[in-house]
Design a protein around this ligand. Structure first.
Ligand code: NDP
Ligand code: HEM
Length: 490
């Protein structure tokens, strides 16, 4: 110990601190003096240690890694990240559960977030997806309502099965995602053992100005591993951080998780011809029609050095794209293009993009000015507006995206009218073997405990429309669950 040297403890102003065990008092019995600035600073900082948790996806884990390109898709996109086999780009991947608060247990049945930030040489590209290829709703107007039903009841402060099934049974577009949620894949063993999906339809555009519709897939090379409800309950009883622990320890031990990144490509004109709306987030594109094309391998190989600085402050937004990648008419995606950066300005602060974890790895030149915590101000320039005569940054016409073809009269169109919410949910159900179906029925029956009969009956009609065996299986499982509850009560 004697020959060890330590850095000097200081105030935030850099002045050395003489005593960090005993506050400054008038005599050994106190009271404490107001002039003990070190004490005041310490207490004041503690009061400000938390920022608001994310309004959804509050509980999460993240790691850095690398995307290495293995397949040439340069005929579809001019994005530099895809330019050349072997090309590597640094990435951050944050996984999360959706409904739970920051202290929630990891091993809960819920959709998992799969949020990627690629630090490309042309700016950050954020692909903020989930471990499911579809979502519960198709209109962003319904997102706050949907999330209400996933969070706590305003009076009881408890999660409400009734609210969930009431909303889902009144929103048949949710059936596909509900089927995934209550299937085996709705409860992954950890973040390494699940796929990721960009979920929305995005677009690619190439140097010739041609546009293609694209969906992104990340297939786990660790394989899919899931818990049953009973296994998860046992895990949670002794470990609420099972997914964080699994990811962190695997990376610490050099067992780097990897995913095969693939795309599905749809020629622009096909969008008029598919029997489903390819911009509807409740639908997949069947693999038989649009096969997966391998693009690269994503490997996570570095744990963040500081959880708060690099994970809690990480700010992902679907609005962050780079030349060669574009949006699509997907209504949900359009809603999200607003929501995320707005959330970050509130949750993290105006200059959240300047924090090290969010900062692009390429030069950034904007004319945004000031606001709280401005610390990246450009030095010695007269070019603080545009146009100017002082050599300031100029727009780059080469980054201009080809026009996105959209048309239509403004109106509140009924997104449920004539929409087939059942075929793809039924197709998924028919993929399941007998054991998977049995667990699906039981998981749904368990989640319907306490839900009024009228709501259950309404939901059974949706299962029936997807597949009669689906409805019958759930009805039977509900009967068994009720019989068990009666027996337990006697
Ligand atoms: P395919 O038979 O070509 O693909 C089936 C897909 O289902 C595979 O991607 C498989 O993932 C995935 N899958 C298997 N079990 C589950 C589960 N419990 N929850 C979620 N996904 C699961 O069929 P299609 O492309 O024609 O699609 C049929 C149905 O498969 C769709 O209606 C959709 O519900 C589901 N699906 C389709 C996807 C797509 O992009 N086409 C993507 C994911 C699901 P894996 O290969 O990892 O085993
Ligand atoms: C987080 C809004 C749909 C995936 C968030 C956050 C908001 C939000 C406000 C918190 C952001 C933050 O504070 O950092 C919305 C809205 C949606 C929507 C308005 C629909 C209109 C979706 C969909 C997906 C998704 C469809 C996946 C396909 C995520 C993920 C996170 C997140 C992964 C966590 C990101 C992180 O790790 O920081 N969403 N969301 N969301 N959302 Fe959404």
């Amino acid at each position: 110990m004697a020959d060890q040297t330590f850095p000097v403890m200081t105030t935030t102003a850099g002045a050395p601190i003489a005593d960090d065990q005993n506050s400054l008092t008038a005599g050994p019995r106190g009271p404490v003096l107001l002039q003990d600035y070190h004490l005041i600073e310490k207490l004041a900082h503690q009061n400000r240690e938390r920022i608001p948790e994310r309004v959804v996806h509050a509980k999460g884990s993240a790691a850095y890694g690398t995307l290495t390109i293995t397949g040439d898709i340069s005929r579809y996109t001019r994005a530099r990240i895809f330019a050349g086999i072997g090309r590597q780009t640094e990435a951050l991947l944050r996984f999360s559960t959706v409904a739970g608060e920051r202290g929630a247990a990891d091993a809960e049945r819920d959709v998992r977030g799969f949020a990627l930030k690629f630090y490309t040489e042309e700016g950050n590209w954020d692909l903020v997806g989930n471990n499911t290829p579809v979502f519960f709703i198709r209109d962003p107007l319904k997102f706050p309502d949907f999330i209400r039903t996933q969070k706590r009841h305003p009076r009881a402060n408890l999660r409400s099965n009734t609210a969930m099934w009431d909303f889902w049974s009144l929103s048949p577009e949710s059936l596909h995602q509900v089927t995934i949620l209550f299937s085996d894949r709705g409860l992954p063993q950890g973040y390494r053992f699940m796929n990721g999906y960009g979920s929305h339809t995005y677009s690619f555009w190439n140097d010739a100005g041609e546009r293609f519709w694209v969906k992104f897939h990340f297939k786990s090379l660790q394989g899919i591993r899931t818990w049953t409800n009973e296994e998860a309950a046992a895990i949670i009883a002794h470990d609420r951080e099972s997914a964080q622990r699994d990811l962190f320890e695997a990376i610490e031990h050099g067992d780097y998780p990897r995913w095969r990144m693939c795309v599905q490509i749809m020629p622009e004109a096909d969008a008029e011809r598919t029997p489903y709306n390819p911009f509807d987030l409740t639908k997949v594109w069947p693999h038989a029609d649009y096969p997966l094309i391998e693009v690269g391998i994503l490997e996570l190989n570095r744990n963040p050095a500081h959880y708060f600085a690099e994970v809690e402050q990480a700010s992902f937004s679907p609005s962050n794209i780079v030349p060669g990648i574009g949006f699509s008419p997907d209504k949900m995606l359009q809603g999200r293009l607003f929501a995320y950066a707005d959330a970050h300005r509130y949750r993290v602060g105006t200059h959240y993009e300047s924090l090290p974890v969010n900062r692009p790895r390429c030069p950034v030149h904007t004319h945004h000015a000031d606001g709280a915590m401005r610390f990246d101000a450009p030095h010695g320039t007269d070019a603080y507006y545009h146009p100017n005569s002082f050599g300031g940054p100029q727009p780059q016409p080469a980054a201009k995206e080809p026009p996105l073809r959209i048309s239509g009269d403004a109106g509140h169109y009924d997104h449920r009218a004539g929409n087939d919410d059942y075929t793809q949910a039924g197709a998924l159900f028919r993929l399941f073997d007998a054991g998977q179906r049995e667990r699906l029925f039981r998981n749904i029956a368990a989640a319907m405990q306490g839900v009024p009969d009228s709501i259950v009956a309404r939901q059974l009609v949706h299962f029936q429309r997807a597949d009669p065996d689906y409805a019958e299986g759930v009805a039977q499982a509900l009967g068994q669950a009720r019989a068990r509850a009666r027996a337990d009560a006697e």
